[in-house]
Design a protein around this ligand. Structure first.
Ligand SMILES: Cc1cc2nc3c(=O)[nH]c(=O)nc-3n(C[C@H](O)[C@H](O)[C@H](O)COP(=O)(O)O)c2cc1C
Length: 218
């Protein structure tokens, strides 16, 4: 059985994206183990100085303000590395993914590489009619960046518009068509995970490139 991390793309306590992932967690329990991952609590990303200037790292190490990678980000990275894939459910803020989600991805791409060649399924819920179409397009671009290099499931979007009205009291999707579409996409994702395992010929070099990447030397 596949094991997936389901990343809640917001730091909001009340979230229809969290509800959507919880729905998947319980609805697909017979197909996969899905663990929710919260991004709430991560500090705002700023470049940890002790990584930027290795020679000075030791001198700075005893200063907590010199920001090591937060334990929360490292723990998230470890879980992602161990998972077969990641499902990210994003809200839409100002036609993009929320800053809190981009912030999490910045932490998860700076001197740690959990997303390299990792299968990712993007879904999203928003209050508006379009259901995160622009946020998803943005997120796809970010996950394809040189530091992240995730394997994003192609030609698939699950967009839950009017998300405040999308669930019943038991947390089920009220729109049967949407539920059926998600069933199909989730099955496809599991196939995609298996296909992606075969796309590992360049993994060692890709991983090395990402590990060695330094924008200041490009
Ligand atoms: C700052 C801000 C910007 C927003 N911009 C959009 C937007 O561009 N498109 C949209 O459909 N909803 C927009 N919304 C409403 C969101 O759809 C809604 O707050 C959120 O995405 C729903 O996700 P959640 O229930 O997981 O929090 C915006 C909300 C906020 C707070």
């Amino acid at each position: 059985m596949h094991k997936f991390i389901a990343m809640v793309g917001t730091n909001s306590d009340e979230s229809t994206n969290r509800k959507l992932l919880q729905y998947m967690q319980s609805h697909y329990a017979d197909q996969a183990e899905i663990e929710l991952m919260e991004i709430k609590g991560l500090p705002i990303f700023n470049k940890p100085e002790n990584h930027e200037i290795p020679a000075q790292a030791q001198a700075m190490a005893d200063k907590p303000e010199n920001h090591e990678i937060p334990a929360q980000a490292q723990a998230m990275a470890d879980k992602i590395e161990q998972a077969d894939g990641v499902i990210i459910s994003t809200p839409e803020y100002d036609h993009s993914a929320p800053a809190a989600l981009l912030n999490a991805l910045e932490w998860l791409s700076f001197h740690i590489q959990p997303f390299v060649d990792k299968p990712v399924m993007i879904i999203g819920a928003s209050y508006g009619a379009l259901g995160t179409s622009r946020a998803q397009a943005h997120l796809r671009q970010v996950l394809d960046s040189p530091e992240l290099r995730a394997r994003i499931m192609p030609s698939s979007e699950f967009m839950l518009g009017h998300s405040l009205q999308a669930f019943d009291d038991q947390g089920n999707l009220t729109d049967q068509q949407k539920a059926t579409k998600l069933d199909g996409l989730f099955k496809d994702f599991q196939v995609f995970v298996e296909i992606t395992k075969k796309l590992k010929n360049a993994n060692a070099t890709t991983y090395e490139e990402v590990r060695e990447m330094d924008w200041e030397k490009l």
